[in-house]
Design a protein around this ligand. Sequence first.
Ligand code: PGA
Length: 258
Amino acid sequence: MAAARTPLVAGNWKMYKTEAQAEEYIQALLPRVSSVDGVEVAICVPFTDLRAMVDSARGSRVEVYAQNMHQEPEGPFTGEVSVTMLSDVGVQGVVLGHSERRACFGETDRALALKVPAALEAGLRPILCVGETESERENDDTDRKLRQQIKDDLVNVPNERLAEVTIAYEPIWAIGTGKVATAEQAQEAMAFIRALVGDRDAQAADAVRILYGGSVKPENAAELLGLADVDGALVGGASLDPRSFAQIVQAGAPNEGL
Ligand code: PGA
């Protein structure tokens, strides 16, 4: 079953790298990942780097994703970048609902319910981020939080397209903190997310990719990426260096360790 899902290792740069720094990065990354088989690679970059990265990655195995978008093609929304603008630039996907956007910029489940299907309609691959805070985990509220986010954010995605959404499970307490979910915590939450998708559609549950995110590093990548329900990683800090990101990509390849 798991063999049918191609793993995805995505680097989330957040608000780092000018265009010149991005160029230097991609030239260092491409040769390091060109011969790794069986894993998809994406970098999720700031808006100002998108066009340069699309140009530099063209013809390579590295895909370029944005980190947010507005669901309308155009309109009076100062400061926003539309789904249509992203596909015009040649971007292949977009991160949606990252916990930093939810916590710092008021991203709501209502907005995500519009953004996820709009990305799919425009031919962009969405990575939808979900996850619990530290106090939600301590209060045994993790399952409720995940159930609510999966239900609300995917409400407008028809069952036959559910598997095209990549879901990133990112426990908020593990993001940028150096604290990593244990293998058991990650596997349990991710199996639960797969079961939630299964409540809607069994086939989609089998096919949907679920990434782990939160302090993934070269040192812990192999263990996390080897878990049964883990189909890749969303990597923040460790993706900023092309060498450590390439090591994580290698750990995501299916024959790693054989
Ligand atoms: P981190 O970030 O790897 O730096 O913890 C992950 C993320 O925010 O996607």
